[in-house]
Ligand binder design. Structure first.
Ligand code: KG4
Ligand code: ZN
Length: 360
């Protein structure tokens, strides 16, 4: 079974060919990082225009790299939700055109759910490895989402908790901006926290608990605490109630490294706290997870990767942690989950619509 996956939900134009659901024959990702860097974030209109320019060459590249032709494909899968509507439209339109032109099935894939599949992908030449057993506990930590799931199969999942404000990747990107680090913020903050020699106990930053037993996340308080640590606390008695505006250059390098390390410690602790709560709650109700599935850009984070490995080992469950190139947005995860949906008969038709929100 040969599936072509397309991904255009945000600022990466990607295409991939995956065989037998797991084996990645090609994965091409055209990043728009340089295009958006000067604005400090993704500009939706620019993103959709860039997808339009990049998509056809990216698809041609992916098909050629895989050593197949379009006629060999069994289906076309596309990330059709959630994302920027203009960006999604480009991928969905292209996928419909390909499916219609080639007479192949079309599959609509939820981008957030597909992040959970990324750890199940294997490289072209790699030996077969065991697949996850269900029920599985799922964690997506990305720039747009921070959610915990229970999965009973690849196409039966229920969200147990999600962020009520910022996603953890978004908090990383904003924290990096506060610290004066260049775009893309998350990886740069991680690098400084991991290798900058900072003291991760220099400052106690808040780790939100929300409420006893809650599996929801909140990262806006952490972000604001970092902002105040850099700029000072506004609204104190006698102050005009505005943030003092010293530029980030006023931070010394050692203070910046300390704050990066403290932010990284708190952000990872917040993720691990809710993940552990979820595992304990499921185990208590007799729904013991048999695997841990993780994905999303923040699974590229050095500290989080180490903590996930350590926690899964302590629970005695196999960890499905994506290889670095499949943590951030890619089309192999779309093709992979698309294959599972095809097997389950979940095929779309030409009425498939792009949708800005996730299905659940
Ligand atoms: O999954 P992804 O490519 O896009 C979404 O679906 O949102 O995730 C991108 C996010 C960005 O916020 C980026 O800063 C973050 O993942 N990210 C990281 C790291 N690498 C990427 N955050 C922390 N540490 C990293 N090493
Ligand atoms: Zn994503």
């Amino acid at each position: 079974m040969l599936i072509l996956g397309l991904e255009t939900s945000c600022d990466e134009t990607a295409a991939s060919v995956v065989v037998d659901g797991r084996r990645v024959l090609s994965s091409v990702v055209a990043s728009q990082n340089d295009l958006h860097a000067r604005y400090g974030g993704v500009v939706p209109e620019l993103a959709s225009r860039a997808h339009l320019e990049a998509l056809v060459p990216v698809v041609e590249h992916a098909v050629a790299d895989a050593g197949v032709t379009l006629a060999d494909l069994d289906a076309i899968a596309v990330g059709h939700r959630p994302g920027l509507i203009g960006s999604l439209l480009v991928g969905v339109s292209a996928a419909k055109a390909l499916a219609w032109g080639l007479g192949k099935p079309l599959i609509g894939v939820d981008h957030v759910h597909s992040h959970l599949y990324a750890g199940n992908l294997i490289a072209r030449e790699a030996p077969l490895s065991p697949e996850p057993r269900f029920p599985a506990l799922g964690l997506v930590v990305s720039g747009g989402h921070t959610s915990i799931y229970i999965l009973r199969s690849w196409n039966d999942l229920q969200r147990l908790g999600a962020t009520i404000d910022d996603a953890v990747g978004e908090a990383y990107d904003k924290a990096a901006m506060i610290l004066g680090l260049p775009h893309p913020g998350g990886p740069n903050l991680d690098a400084l926290a991991a290798t900058g020699g900072g003291n991760d106990r220099a400052l106690e930053l808040p780790i939100s608990r929300i409420a006893p037993g809650s599996l929801d996340f909140s990262f806006s308080g952490l972000k604001t605490a970092l902002l105040y640590a850099v700029r000072g606390v506004p609204f104190t008695r006698g102050s005009p109630g505005r943030l003092p505006p010293p530029p980030p250059e006023s931070l010394t390098d050692s203070r910046r490294a300390d704050l990066a390390a403290c932010f990284q410690r708190a952000a990872c602790a917040a993720v691990m706290l809710k993940l552990t709560r979820a595992f304990d709650q499921l185990a208590q109700r007799g729904d013991q997870p048999l695997s841990l599935l993780t994905g999303g850009g923040v699974t590229a984070n050095s500290r989080l990767r180490a903590q996930l490995a350590e926690r899964a080992a302590s629970w005695g469950v196999p960890l499905f942690l994506p290889a670095m190139q499949y943590c951030v947005d890619n089309a192999a995860m779309i093709a992979g989950l698309g294959g599972e949906l095809l097997r389950a008969g979940r095929v779309a038709d030409l009425n498939l619509q792009p949708v800005p929100t996730t299905a659940c």
